[in-house]
Design a protein around this ligand. Structure first.
Ligand SMILES: [Zn+2]
Length: 214
């Protein structure tokens, strides 16, 4: 399948004319401090996954009705995917990879959880099974990754692949997750450098909330 060409992003065709797009680059000084947010991950197990290769890259659909509760509101986890080279740039730094977990609520609103990863030689290999024909990842991988976080950064933007739909509520978890060099090499081999260029901030608010996880 012909995948989206990240070397020629200006040639992407999309119907959205949403002006406040994603990803973005920002620093600590751009962030306002918000109130405490509560995130309940008890039902956020990955379980049975279905692997589907699409124009926008490989997607992992979560078949077991995983969900999270953010500040009392429930969101279903629909799918996730991996970007080789982070899309969001924090304090001038692009992490080695960014994982996007796409969620939807009952009203049809979209929210994406973004986790950033860096290579660590002491991290165990965890992702070889995910990229196999029958995708497998530890059921509690996402719960474990989220429970390392103490804050979350939010802003409103769009999806980062055509048709660049918005609005999307972004939840960026700034503490990077340590992954093995072999896992990061798998991501690169699967779809190298699939990260969209940063888009204008266009006056948007970026809010950092302290996080209470259960
Ligand atoms: Zn993505």
């Amino acid at each position: 399948m012909q995948k989206l060409n990240y070397d020629h992003q200006s040639a992407w065709t999309y119907t959205s004319n949403y002006e406040q797009q994603s990803p973005i680059a920002f620093s600590q000084k751009d962030q306002q401090l918000g109130d405490l947010w509560q995130l309940d991950t008890a039902a956020l197990t990955l379980g049975h996954l279905r692997n589907q290769v699409a124009v926008i890259g490989r997607q992992f659909y979560c078949e077991d009705q995983a969900s999270l509760v953010l500040n009392g509101r429930s969101w279903s986890l629909l799918r996730f995917h991996i970007h080789d080279g982070a899309e969001h740039v924090l304090d001038g730094h692009r992490a080695a990879a960014e994982l996007h977990f796409v969620c939807q609520n009952e009203a049809g609103a979209t929210m994406v959880l973004a986790l950033f990863a860096e290579a660590s030689p002491t991290a165990p290999d965890q992702f070889a099974g995910l990229l196999a024909p029958e995708p497998k990842l530890a059921a509690d991988w996402l719960q474990q990754a989220l429970h390392q976080q103490t804050k979350v950064v939010t802003y409103t933007g769009t999806l980062t692949t055509p048709p660049i739909l918005g609005p999307v509520t972004w939840l960026l978890f700034p503490k990077t997750i340590a992954l093995s060099p072999a896992d990061l090499a798998l991501f690169k081999a699967d779809y190298p450098d699939n990260h969209r260029a940063c888009q204008p901030l266009a006056g948007r608010s970026i809010i950092q909330h302290p996080l209470q996880l259960t």
